[in-house]
Design a protein around this ligand. Sequence first.
Ligand code: NAI
Ligand code: MG
Length: 338
Amino acid sequence: MYNITLIPGDGIGPSITEAAVRVIEATGVEIKWDEQYAGMAGIEKHKDPIPEQTIASISQNKIALKGPLTTQLGKGFRSVNVALRKEFDLFVNLRPAKSFVGVPSRYSNVDLVMFRENIEEFYSGIEHYIDAQKSAAETIGIITRFGSERIVRAAFEYARKFGRKKITIVHKANIMKYTGGLFLEVGKQVAAEFPEIQFNDVIIDNMAMQLVLNPNQYDVIVTTNLFGDILSDLCSGLVGGLGVAPGANIGKDAAIFEAVHGSAPDIAGKDIANPSALILGAAMMLNHLGETAAANKIYKAISDTLKNPNEVTKDLNPNSKVGTKQFAEFIVQHIKTN
Ligand code: NAI
Ligand code: MG
């Protein structure tokens, strides 16, 4: 029995987390969920986007499954996602992008893993207007040797563990000679300790083009926070979009699993959201817990469901009437009959 914090989240969050819980249940792994609130739901329940109860629950359980949280643009409270990553020092943002048969996309057989540094640089929130007239604004992005080393090392250790052959470090060291330069230099130092794994570096703008032209030339990608944020959405686009892109935020002591996509306010409350990304996030969580068999069951069942256009949500088949709940039930059936 595992104790895990469950944050339903905002917008489509509650319905996709319900689907994920249902699917995990079907694998037979026993979990005692501790439901907590954050984001807009946190404000509603506890007048706080990051309630103390939520932090206390994650501190205790060390593992959380989290629906997306709404963050207002250019105003309001700071991103709760960013705050949680900082609070628990979740320095790895692990975002795999893998093709599924049946999910429409430009490429097949894409199998990329993104390691995005998750704490530093432009997500520190060190920002201000330079004067009272707001004539200009400044943001400060700090990149440390410590932070760079641990994210690059995490990528190499992952590659070694899972038999991945190549790591590409992505940067802009030609322009940001100090911050980008430091990241690249540390990357090369760490790479030297893993001679069996191929290593190269690519400048971010070129990388964006290369990924669109031929994603299969890459394997594991490691990069800084903002580039990783953007490139991981690009990578999810290569395999059919945000509907099938999970993510994990992992630190030394705690980990939070989620979907890459946001709270999708445009489709909230309609029972049409695709829960695959969060369910794949749940499979990553089970893997992290060592429940490999259950994780594989979920992966296989999702793959089987996605293959059948009559079993998927509208985002994948515009003619489909299958809703979020029904989709989860198809996955559960596949788990039971596999
Ligand atoms: P979004 O990812 O919520 O939506 C982008 C588009 O994809 C929308 O058209 C939406 O309907 C569609 N979409 C997303 N997930 C889907 C799903 N599971 N099934 C079917 N369609 C789906 O991005 P957007 O609109 O930029 O952000 C909305 C809110 O989410 C913002 O407040 C943002 O800050 C927040 N957000 C939260 C994240 C998190 O909690 N990790 C990550 C990204 C955004
Ligand atoms: Mg993002």
